[in-house]
Design a protein around this ligand. Structure first.
Ligand code: NDP
Length: 599
């Protein structure tokens, strides 16, 4: 396709991208959204499992972990493997899963290949059924990890941590929850996920709508019929449905909703780039051949290597993510290495991106029957300005007779009325509004987690971080003994396969705690100088390119507002994700735990 494509007028394209971005810039940036709180609190209720009554817990555990998604499961599993039994995971949901507990909307599936995305496949012996597994299988995998590693035993579900404070005299953390629990733990972990607080567009009149409405992370199958496993949503047969938003979630739930709703209106402010998915079942014979000892680590590292400076000879995952990386490299190979200046590399990257996005726009033209709708579905920005999407039914869904794209040319929905949705000056009367409007990203850590950990000397984490986040390896903070953050920032910061960050941090936690326990130590934290040295090192890199204000607004760039001073510390290893994983593996295995102070 690329070979026969017309030449790209780069200047014209850049001007078009800038024009489309400018249409979408707005002064309120991230403040345009509201939480599922106060008058919208009903929308936050768990539609999947009733909250069971229980007595408050007042015991002591060795390790308490906030968050029962992949982060908590990986950390818990590694500790159990190391022989530490007393592990408690606490989660707001009614079971393990985190993201995958809440996001049960129809069509939900992983966007990164199951082989590298689903953690602990080798340890559990699970073979993913598809190249991109669907949500029920991933949720079941979470439960499988929980069962296999005995993590259900001490878990507290439907429970929100409200306070966490270090008691220096006893060298324990004291943890309180909204269920009246008050227990202690020698170690704490926090893996609350970067996108776990659902948000709604703060539209005028949103509270006046008289029909049914819900956020995609609280899909109401009682209303729509069907189930996450794909049973027909018969409840929608006589319903006019609006889906507001066209991000990665909408791209997955629109095709399924389109099959069943009498009428479906998809309200679009900015189109997603939607490339080929090419999902396929995994062949057990093939899997048996490739799944020898260490296979998943090998696959994860191979996938990650495509996003660094190295050039892996093979591409095990071979999909849209690695395709972009390979294109950049292939462009580079056409230029002698002596000319690889930073500016030249950026230009080659841009060229590869322009080609890719042209192909994606032509894909919309080829697959969507109505030319005006096809035009509206074309994304005019660089591929990594927003989460790249991949789907083989999304664009085609707009060919169904009952499905209409309401393209608002960057303006978005204007308001909600008692009867429906107003956009482009027209009121669309609907029975149901589905908010595919995403999750908070740019708010403060303590605001999203709902508590502000209090460390040594009564210092709050928000105070320690002050102007910006500070950690050693993205994992530990000076002044917060025996506490671990399990997330990507200031570590590998690898977004294309987020779980790779989590499994790796779990390995580090198990190594540190293993050392502590074998030496009979009470507390560990990074030294202040070590934390600062790590930050200084991170700052030697090129910064967070994803948050460019040249991009169309979205959560990557704080809705167009770009990086605040503090966000400049939302970084990863200057050498890329694989360089971080290599560094930390050596750090762990040396046994010296450089930068940590033990007592
Ligand atoms: P996003 O934040 O990506 O999308 C929110 C959508 O709501 C955007 O299209 C936004 O438009 C739109 N919107 C907001 N206000 C209005 C308005 N007034 N009128 C019309 N549209 C409006 O949320 P998602 O839930 O789609 O995705 C969040 C993230 O979750 C993804 O980026 C990805 O990281 C993750 N995810 C991962 C999946 C996977 O791995 N399987 C699947 C789904 C999500 P605009 O673009 O103009 O701001």
């Amino acid at each position: 396709m690329a070979a026969t494509a017309p030449a790209i007028d780069k200047n014209a394209l850049k001007a078009k991208y800038a024009e489309e971005r400018d249409k979408r810039l707005r002064a309120d940036a991230s403040a345009q959204y509201v939480r599922l709180e106060s008058e919208f609190a009903d929308l936050a209720v768990d539609p999947y499992m009733p909250v069971a009554a229980r007595e408050p817990v007042t015991d002591h555990v060795m390790f308490a972990f906030v968050g029962g998604g992949f982060a908590g499961l990986c950390a818990g599993a590694r500790l159990k493997q190391a022989g530490f039994d007393s592990v408690r995971i606490i989660d707001k949901g009614g079971d393990f899963g985190g993201t995958w507990y809440w996001n049960r909307y129809p069509g939900a599936q992983c966007d990164t290949a199951s082989m590298v995305y689903m953690p602990l496949l080798e340890e559990t012996g699970h073979m993913p059924s598809e190249k991109y597994a669907h949500a029920p299988e991933i949720r079941e995998h979470c439960a499988r990890i929980g069962r296999q590693f005995g993590l259900y035993e001490h878990a507290l579900f439907h429970t929100q941590v409200t306070a966490m404070e270090w008691d220096e005299a006893r060298t324990v953390w004291v943890i309180e929850t909204n269920r009246g629990d008050r227990f202690t733990a020698k170690y704490v972990g926090m893996g609350t996920g970067p996108l776990h607080v659902a948000k709604l567009p703060g539209l005028p009149g949103i509270e006046t709508f008289r029909g049914k409405s819900f956020h995609t992370s609280r899909w109401d199958y009682g209303y729509t019929g069907g189930n996450p496993e794909g049973a027909p949503m018969t409840g929608l047969a006589d319903k006019r449905v609006a889906i507001i938003g066209t991000g990665a979630t909408a791209v997955q739930c629109v095709p399924e909703t389109a099959k069943y709703a009498k009428e479906l209106y998809v309200f679009q402010r900015t189109p997603s780039s939607v490339d080929v998915r090419a999902n396929e079942p995994i062949d057990p014979e093939w899997f048996a051949q490739i799944s020898g000892e260490g296979w998943q680590k090998k696959w994860q590292e191979n996938f990650t290597a495509h996003f660094g400076m190295g050039m892996p000879a093979e591409d095990l995952v071979d999909d849209g993510w690695t395709d972009l990386a390979k294109r950049i490299r292939s462009n580079m190979m056409q230029v002698p290495p002596s000319e690889w200046t930073p500016e030249k590399v950026l230009e080659l990257f841009e060229d590869a991106d322009f080609q890719k996005m042209e192909e994606i726009r032509r894909r919309a033209e080829a697959l969507v029957d109505d030319p005006e709708t096809a035009e509206g579905l074309k994304a005019w920005y660089r591929q990594l300005c927003k989460r790249p999407c991949f789907h083989d039914e999304y664009l085609q869904a707009f060919n169904r007779p009952g499905v209409k794209l309401v393209h608002t040319d960057g303006l978005g929905v204007e308001r909600i009325t008692e009867k429906g949705v107003v956009a482009n000056g027209t009121e669309y009367e609907v029975d149901c509004i589905v908010y595919a409007s995403g999750f908070e990203v740019w708010t403060d850590f303590e605001s999203r987690t709902g508590f502000d950990p209090v460390g040594r000397g009564g210092q709050k984490l928000s105070e320690h971080w002050g102007d910006h986040m500070r950690t050693l390896h993205g994992l530990q903070m000076h002044g917060f003994p025996n506490a671990f953050l399990v997330q990507a920032t200031q570590g590998a910061a690898f977004i294309a396969n987020y779980p790779h960050n989590l499994v790796d941090h779990a390995d580090t936690i198990a190594a540190i705690i293993g050392h502590m326990e074998s030496e009979g130590l009470d507390a560990v934290e990074p030294m202040a100088q070590a934390e600062q040295k790590w930050l200084d090192f991170l700052l030697t890199g090129r910064g967070n390119a994803l948050a460019s204000t040249e991009c169309t607004p979205g959560y990557y760039n704080n809705e167009g507002a770009g990086l605040r001073e503090r966000d400049k510390y939302n970084l990863g290893h200057p050498g890329g994700a694989l360089a971080f994983f290599t560094h930390i593996a050596a750090w762990r295995s040396s046994g010296a735990f450089e930068g940590l102070a033990f007592r």
